[in-house]
Design a protein around this ligand. Structure first.
Ligand code: ACO
Length: 375
């Protein structure tokens, strides 16, 4: 075996951007995250102007020029409904049963990975439809409840809730879920979208790309945070404990879920969009008022501890509250996030495929070199 030298003094300083912060790794027409102004622009629309949009309308916007024939929202709704039904009718009971020992997001990973990559022009529609159907099926199976077939005539949000609850739900809940799906549909080059684009750049296909994206979304620093937000509220328990609980958590070096963001240095605009949608559902249990108290205290203590690093409320804080209010279990929250973000993932995959350039950055080798080898 060739002898290796002991580790040399690093000739170059370590990589200064291990998290690739500020590195521009793709050109996109899909969305822009303005970190200092607290803006999210989706294909020319500021997020604040998208309030009241149906998810299907946002899909039509994101998919324009990426889906043959550029279907409008009503046509997308029709094809999405048909795709939900098809997914449901072809979902293998044995495959669903194979998810029993997995967490809901691992179950979704298994089901998404089972879809073939062979090319059809409707794959983006199928991916969005399948994520909603799978998320609902996983939820009901874990509760030991019979699956409910989709209603192709319903909106995607209303149908997801009907499949979850086993019966249609009040319109205001469907509106709240619609607002959520629209709000989280796309968000620049976040970790999961970047993962999707890297995989798409190898020409692996749409389902491989979005399955990889889901794997990235699963982590608690990305899409896995909203369940723990509710754990935090439960653990705090009551009004008198808020300040002490947060101080103790920060003293232990723990991160408060639902706060901080890689790009936003001001409040995440999605937090406000979700808070507004949540407000329309009322606050019958006082959960929202309590959460606002926790938010105020958390922001105050984070500001004291990190005076030069603004740490603000992110999307996950109000995601937790809105998804709880419309009836999802907290361990399903990441799957519902995936149901919304699938809109952006599929559009980014198609955009990357059009660019057709393999993403292959370099790494900097910091290990030992063989003796007497000049490079
Ligand atoms: N609670 C307490 N301290 C925090 C938090 C937090 N939520 N977020 C960051 N910090 C602290 C860090 O400990 C670090 O402190 P230090 O300089 O003393 O070591 C400092 O703030 C800077 O943190 P970074 O790790 O550099 O921030 P980064 O940009 O890498 O992290 C992230 C962003 C991962 C979102 C982080 O804020 C976090 O872990 N938040 C909690 C998890 C969460 O809410 N995730 C959802 C994000 S939104 C989304 O992905 C959809």
């Amino acid at each position: 075996m060739e002898a290796c030298m002991t580790r040399p003094e690093p000739a170059i300083h370590p990589a200064s951007t291990p998290g690739l912060e500020d590195v521009v790794a793709a050109d996109t027409i899909l969305s822009m995250v303005g970190g200092t102004a607290g803006r999210l622009i989706i294909r020319g629309h500021d997020l604040s102007t998208l309030a009241g949009w149906r998810f299907e309308e946002l899909l039509a916007l994101l998919w324009r020029d990426f889906l043959p024939g550029n279907p409008e929202a009503d046509e997308i709704a029709r094809r999405l409904g048909a795709a939900r039904l098809h997914t449901f009718e072809t979902l293998s009971p044995a495959l669903l049963a194979a998810t029993d020992d997995l967490s809901p997001v691992e179950a979704l990973r298994l089901l998404l990975a089972s879809l073939p990559d062979s090319e059809t022009s409707d794959h983006a529609i199928k991916a969005v439809a399948a994520t909603g159907v799978f998320a609902a099926a996983i939820h009901r199976r874990r509760k030991g409840e019979e699956l409910r077939a989709p209603d192709p005539a319903a909106s995607h949000a209303a149908d997801m809730l009907a499949m979850i609850h086993g019966a249609p739900v009040a319109q205001e809940k469907a509106d709240a879920l619609d607002a959520y799906l629209v709000t989280v549909a796309d968000h620049g080059l976040n970790a999961s979208t970047f993962a999707a684009r890297v995989i798409a750049s190898t020409r692996a296909g749409l389902f491989s790309s979005v399955t990889g994206a889901l794997c990235a979304l699963k982590g608690p620093l990305h899409g896995g945070a909203p369940g723990p937000v509710l754990d935090m509220l439960d653990s705090i328990g009551e009004h008198g404990n808020v300040s002490e609980w947060i101080a103790a958590e920060l003293e232990r070096g723990e991160r408060l879920m639902g706060f901080g963001h890689r790009i936003y240095r001001v409040r995440d605009p999605r937090a406000d969009a979700l808070k507004r949608a949540l407000g329309k559902l009322g606050d019958p249990t006082g959960r929202l008022a309590f959460a606002e108290e926790v938010e105020r205290e958390a922001l105050g203590q984070l500001a004291k501890r990190h005076p030069t690093r603004p740490l603000q409320t992110n999307v996950e804080f109000f995601t937790a509250l809105i998804l709880e209010a419309v009836g999802f279990d907290r361990d399903s929250f990441t799957n519902v996030f995936a149901a919304g973000r699938m809109a952006g993932w599929t559009a980014h995959v198609r955009e990357q495929e059009q660019a057709d350039r393999l993403i292959r950055p370099k790494s900097r080798y910091m290990g030992p070199m063989p003796k007497n080898l000049a490079i």
